[in-house]
Ligand binder design. Structure first.
Ligand code: NAD
Ligand code: UDP
Ligand code: UDP
Length: 309
């Protein structure tokens, strides 16, 4: 049995990760300051005597004893991370420093939930890990993009300087049950709007693309990465290469929900990437992983969740 710390454990991905780690018979310490996380996401786990909750801000030092650390603490949706951009960068950077300091003291393995946003608005398509990205350093998305890029730098410098066992995953858009109803991400927005019979809000002309991965596939990749050989550090892309435009996604969700909603067009936010698709050859080769859940199947599971809430 391992003792595992999950920062951001009350969030969307963190709650699914804690659930899987507990199922695999680990002791799980879940750290969260509830900035975007919710108790409902993990209330079904609270009765387990292997599950512990720490209300704590990752920007401050933390002294606990664990074998592994999954560092997920950071708001992930543009609406939330732009609400308090200074705090977003602090969480990415100070949070990474504290968790790396903890990992260094404990000689523990540490995994960073990095992001496809490190590629910015990419000029290379699909994006391989070797691409350095095209990121605006002073725009509205920079607090998140540059914060996550700086966290990657810290991870690799802690490895080079102190020999830490690091694992860096670049996560592409992921969706599924327990996304927030109002966090502004496209899949949750469209599903909630379709269920309520409201117009689906497409930003721009809807021709921009994303590639969506169902949460269960993503969690499998995270655990495989943590358990991989010590020389596997990443960064490794994880996501589903099935690419779609936002217009196609909106129409697909209207069809799957049987909704009478229409689509409407709103202004495109600044620095919104035009296209995004992971090159997952490295994940296939080094983790033996690839997604198994097609978009339609995952959307139906997510629609079922939002229908109940
Ligand atoms: P989320 O907003 O649902 O979860 C983030 C969690 O971190 C929340 O529970 C929040 O309360 C907590 N948190 C935020 N700041 C904190 C702080 N200073 N101290 C302690 N806890 C704090 O987001 P998510 O979708 O679950 O994303 C989790 C991680 O995965 C994030 O680091 C995000 O950048 C990364 N990621 C997610 C996606 C995606 O599509 N969901 C894609 C790429 C990367
Ligand atoms: N840290 C922590 N828990 C630990 C060890 C360190 O939160 O168990 C924090 C500590 O606040 C420190 C940071 O991690 O500022 C970086 O630690 P490191 O050992 O790299 O640096 P130093 O202590 O020399 O500043
Ligand atoms: N988007 C949209 N309507 C919405 C929410 C988002 O058209 O109601 C668009 C957004 O402009 C972006 C894409 O959908 O082009 C994905 O947005 P999301 O915030 O989910 O993720 P990210 O931009 O961080 O990949």
């Amino acid at each position: 049995m391992k003792r595992i710390l999950v920062t951001g454990g009350a969030g969307f991905l963190g709650s699914h990760l804690c659930e899987r780690l507990l199922k695999d018979n680990n002791e799980v310490l879940r750290l969260d300051n509830f900035y975007t996380g919710r108790k409902e996401n993990i209330k079904h786990l609270m009765s387990s005597h292997n599950f512990e909750l720490i209300r704590h801000d990752a920007c401050f030092p933390l002294y606990v004893e664990v074998d592994q650390i999954y560092n997920l603490a950071c708001p992930a949706s543009p609406v939330h991370y732009q609400h308090d951009p200074v705090q977003t960068t602090k969480t990415s950077v100070h949070g990474a420093i504290n968790m790396l300091g903890l990992a260094k003291r404990l000689k523990a393995r540490i995994l960073q939930a990095s992001t496809s946003e490190v590629y910015g608005d990419p000029e290379i398509h699909p994006q391989p890990e070797s691409y350095w990205g095209k990121v605006n350093p002073i725009g509205l998305r920079s607090c998140y993009d540059e914060g996550k890029r700086c966290a990657e730098t810290l991870f690799f410098d802690y490895r080079r300087q102190y020999g830490l066992q690091i694992k860096v995953l670049r996560i592409f858009n992921t969706y599924g049950p327990r996304m927030h109803t109002n966090d502004g991400r496209v899949v949750s927005n469209f599903i909630v709007q379709a269920i309520r019979g409201q117009d689906l809000t497409i930003y721009g002309d809807g021709q921009q693309t994303r590639s969506f991965c169902y949460v269960d596939d993503l969690i499998s990749a995270m655990i495989r990465m943590m358990e991989s050989d010590p020389e596997v550090t990443g960064p490794i892309n994880v996501g589903n290469p099935q690419e779609t435009t936002m217009l196609t996604l909106a129409n697909q969700i209207i069809k799957l929900t049987g909704s009478k909603s229409k689509v409407i067009f709103k202004p495109l936010p600044s620095d919104d990437p035009k296209q995004r698709q992971p090159d997952i050859n490295m994940a296939r080769a080094e983790l033996g992983w690839e997604p198994t859940i097609p978009l339609e199947t995952g959307l139906l599971k997510t629609i079922a969740y939002f229908n109940q809430t």
